[in-house]
Design a protein around this ligand. Structure first.
Ligand code: GLN
Length: 560
């Protein structure tokens, strides 16, 4: 079939009332449903802030920075997009106001506007439309374009104007506007309220955008009468008012939205015929996550961005995927590593109940010594340990100091003058002063040593994982650390960079310089997380046995 000539249809997703109402998850779930209907889908996220990309932003403000294969630092919603679909995101799938203005200003400096006065309309909006069309690419049935922020924000106006224009250009029937709002439940009155939704839709209409569908985030089921009311006030048919009630796991969303008719109505409005989606795989994982009798494994995540759960979004999801693969419930305990510095005794009490310890990626000196203490605890108590990026680097520091006898060993990120710089700046990073997009970013191959734990985990000698770092294992210390018992089990194919370390004397201890969490999907859990959770479950079973043995010995003592 000559699908190439087909017109790509657009679904523009906007958000109203408040931020963080799950616009990204709604968009991703809709994409999952459309893919399950056999359609070719792509997704774009337009972010209204002025940073050129989120790479320089503190994760506790804006959540994690998601890294794509091509090394773009993107908004965390792109992580949802990849987890819910089979789409590979790249630098064209996410852009910010900063990037748009950057492009416009560069064109202006090159004289490309031929003397025109540069204005938001048409120059900035044209640039946005060009970026959208470039991001969509060829051979796509439906492009879901999510506009970040909330309707009514000054920052998002050019994006909203651009999608308004684009719909007119591609033809009204080839696009639809989906507005995600909040229908709050007022506890004191015992009532759901539609007024914020009405206001938000009016705000949209003021700028020339008329929603075709409204997705209402809600704590309580929205009764048919209330849907009718929203339909009346907001000028959409009642069956285009979709209720998105809170779910216990985000992976329930595709099915929940499907049962509300979201994908069916969207396809109908866009004039697309497609078969009913097959959602059995989604149903299966939800069933596993929700089964009441799953054993629980507790993972301690020792980091510094612990105040905002979104800072470690992909990690959180990847660990959940590992739980699905092993049919266990994963309980995560986020620990601020600085507490181990103020109170060293708390390491044992806090980590004593954990079945595994994980130190995730991070930047800067704060909390490093606490992380090293956590690694030491895991190493000495044979508790499974996974170190990701900075987590691998602190594992190397701990081993160098406490096993290899390199007292005061450090990373030059934290102590540029230290005597044993076992983690040091990569050569190509020396002299780099610009902070944006200058790290080692994106997917790189890694060769795994046969017979290692890593080989066992991946079942393969050659892998490809995503990176985001400036520092690396210092090759001058390879020999001394290997002699002391650390195995360098993963190297770059040219052998120059250490990508994975492990301790053969420990039941499960692995550090990786890359971020495996970016590639894990609920329907395809990442092998490293599956194996890590399995080791935690094994440790938990052992801990139970050890406890039982201890209490029976104690009982004997009492009896005797
Ligand atoms: N700060 C370390 C580096 O830049 C680790 C980075 C990370 O954990 N993503 O190398």
């Amino acid at each position: 079939m000559a699908r190439r000539d087909k017109q790509t249809k657009f679904i523009f997703v906007t958000g109203g009332v408040v931020s963080s109402i799950g616009k990204g998850l709604t968009a991703a779930s809709l994409a999952a449903l459309l893919e399950a209907r056999g359609l070719r889908v792509t997704m774009l996220k337009l972010d209204p802030y002025l940073n050129v990309d989120p790479g320089t932003m503190n994760p506790t403000q804006h959540g994690e920075v998601f890294v794509t294969d091509d090394g773009t630092e993107t908004d965390l919603d792109l992580g949802h997009y990849e987890r819910f679909t089979s789409i590979q995101m790249n630098r064209h799938n996410n852009f910010t106001t900063g990037r748009i203005y950057n492009a416009v200003i560069q064109k202006e400096r090159r004289g490309e506007y031929l003397g025109a006065t540069i204005q938001v309309i048409p120059h900035v909006t044209d640039e946005i439309k060009d970026h959208i069309l470039r991001g969509v690419g060829p051979n796509v049935d439906i492009a879901i374009v999510e506009v970040g922020g909330t309707v009514g924000d000054i920052e998002s106006l050019p994006f909203l104007e651009a999608i308004r224009q684009l719909r007119r250009e591609v033809g009204h029937q080839n696009a639809l506007n989906l507005h995600v709002t909040l229908v709050p439940y007022i506890r004191a009155a015992g009532e759901l309220k539609t007024k914020p939704t009405q206001h938000s839709v009016r705000e949209l209409q003021n700028i020339g955008i008329v929603p075709d569908m409204i997705v209402c985030r809600t704590e309580q089921p929205i009764p048919a009468e209330m849907k009718k009311k929203i339909s009346l006030f907001c000028n959409v048919p009642p069956d285009c008012v979709i209720s998105a009630q809170d779910v216990s796991t985000i992976y329930e969303l595709p099915e929940a939205l499907h049962s509300e008719g979201l994908d069916y109505r969207a396809c109908e409005l866009l004039g697309i015929w497609s078969p009913e989606p097959n959602l059995s795989a989604w149903r299966e994982i939800v069933q596993v996550i929700k089964s009441p009798d799953l054993p629980t494994v507790r993972i301690a995540i020792v980091g510094k961005y612990v105040d905002l759960a979104d800072s470690y979004k992909s990690l959180h999801e990847a660990l959940t995927h590992g739980g699905i693969a092993n049919r266990v419930r994963v309980e995560l305990d986020y620990v601020d590593s600085e507490t181990f510095e103020h109170n060293p005794d708390s390491v044992t009490t806090r980590l004593g109940g954990a079945h595994a310890v994980l130190v995730p990626g991070g930047f800067g000196k704060r909390g490093i010594e606490g992380k090293i203490r956590a690694v030491r605890y895991a190493r000495e108590t044979s508790t499974p340990y996974l170190g990701i990026c900075l987590g691998m680097q602190v594992a190397v520091l701990e081993f160098a100091r406490n096993v290899a006898g390199l007292s005061g060993a450090n990373s030059t990120e934290f102590d540029p003058e230290c005597g044993f710089p076992v983690v040091d700046l990569m050569d190509e990073q020396r002299g780099v002063t610009s902070k944006g997009g200058t790290m080692r970013l994106g997917a790189y191959p890694c060769t795994i040593e046969p017979g290692s734990l890593a080989w066992d985990v991946y079942g393969s000698g050659s892998i490809n994982e995503r990176h985001r770092h400036r520092w690396e294992f210092n090759n001058q210390f390879r020999e001394v650390l290997e002699t002391a018992g650390m195995r360098l089990s993963g190297l770059s194919p040219d052998g120059k960079l250490v990508e994975m370390v492990e301790l053969p004397s420990h039941p499960w201890f692995l550090g990786c310089q890359f971020h495996p969490e970016f590639k894990s999907r609920p329907l395809k859990p990442h092998p490293l997380f599956s194996a890590f959770i399995k080791s935690a479950a094994t440790h938990a079973a052992g801990a139970g046995k050890r406890r039982r043995e201890r209490s029976s010995t104690q009982a004997e003592i009492v009896v005797n």
